[in-house]
Design a protein around this ligand. Structure first.
Ligand SMILES: [Cu+2]
Length: 136
């Protein structure tokens, strides 16, 4: 019984370490978008979006010195054109997570390439950019 408890504790600690490590390192780029003033980076653990629920980190850095930019209010929405149908539109939920950094979740009902629109409006600038990301 004690042995079982130790195994359980060990697994619990390993799970916690895994979750912690994934928050800082192990982020792979999904897409990097350069605009005139700001570089927008979209990343997560796998480096891609998949069908279903996804979590990701959205970052904003100055194009010049690569320092985080306070972009204030941010939104990320996606759209996929489907023949003979209205475009499928899905928005992300974003939570501020430090300077120029947002944690996001988004859920896709199917695969296919999304047109992504990111907008920002803060003390250090305002803008928007579009790029495409495949959902695999
Ligand atoms: Cu679709």
């Amino acid at each position: 019984m004690l042995k079982g408890l130790i195994v359980t504790l060990t697994l619990g600690v390993l799970t916690m370490i895994g979750a912690f490590a994934a928050t800082a390192a192990d982020m792979k780029p999904i897409h990097t978008q350069k605009t005139k003033d700001v570089t927008v980076t979209l990343q997560n653990e796998s480096g891609q979006w998949k069908e279903g629920k996804n979590s990701f980190v959205l970052g904003f850095t100055a194009a010049q010195d690569k320092k985080p930019v306070d972009v204030g209010k941010v939104s990320l929405s996606t759209s996929m054109g489907m023949p003979g149908m209205a475009p499928m539109v899905t928005g992300a939920t974003l939570t501020p997570d430090g300077p120029g950094r947002y944690r996001g979740t988004i859920e896709f009902p199917d695969r296919g390439t999304r047109q992504v629109t990111v907008t920002w409006d803060g003390p250090e600038g305002k803008g928007s950019t579009k790029f495409s990301v495949p959902v695999r």
